[in-house]
Design a protein around this ligand. Structure first.
Ligand code: DQA
Length: 142
């Protein structure tokens, strides 16, 4: 089954966006890293990015209907979106929440996530490598 790898607002700007925090690797690098890792693990994946909350929710509904596992970096919506949290709550598959930066070393408003209570696992502060770790976990934990 296809794993959904969903990315929220501003992640399309990786590479130029605050590189001191998010690193110099681009969104395209992130997509390629996920595809390479998925190939190695024998996983089918679908990688998406949107700046729109409604689009992220629609993809979560698609994943729910498919019974698919999800790797989700909801970016800024992590800290604001009850609606994305609600969509995560109804996922029958596994949910791994990923953050590139260590949000707990940053501003207080980044310490709360509306998603974490619904996540099976959370990977924070490992850079874009966190996506690789999330996919590896999903593949190895079956
Ligand atoms: C982020 C952390 C969020 O606080 C921030 O709004 C982002 C990216 C991360 O991957 O580190 O856009 O989710």
């Amino acid at each position: 089954m296809t794993v959904f790898v969903l990315n929220g607002p501003n992640l399309n700007r990786l590479g130029t966006r605050e590189p001191d925090i998010y690193g110099s690797r681009t969104y395209q690098d992130l997509v390629e890293l996920c595809e390479r890792e998925a190939g190695r693990l024998g996983l089918s994946i679908r990688v998406e990015q949107s700046n729109a909350e409604s689009q992220l929710i629609d993809w979560l509904h698609e994943a729910a209907d498919a019974g698919a596992d999800v790797v989700l970096n909801a970016a800024g919506y992590t800290h604001t979106s009850v609606a994305i949290g609600d969509a995560c709550a109804s996922l029958p598959g596994r949910l791994i929440e990923v953050h590139i930066s260590n949000v707990h070393r940053r501003e207080a408003f980044r310490h709360h996530s509306y998603l974490s209570a619904h996540a099976d696992g959370i990977i924070i502060g490992c850079g874009i490598d966190g996506y690789r770790l999330a996919l590896e976990h999903l593949a190895l934990a079956g």
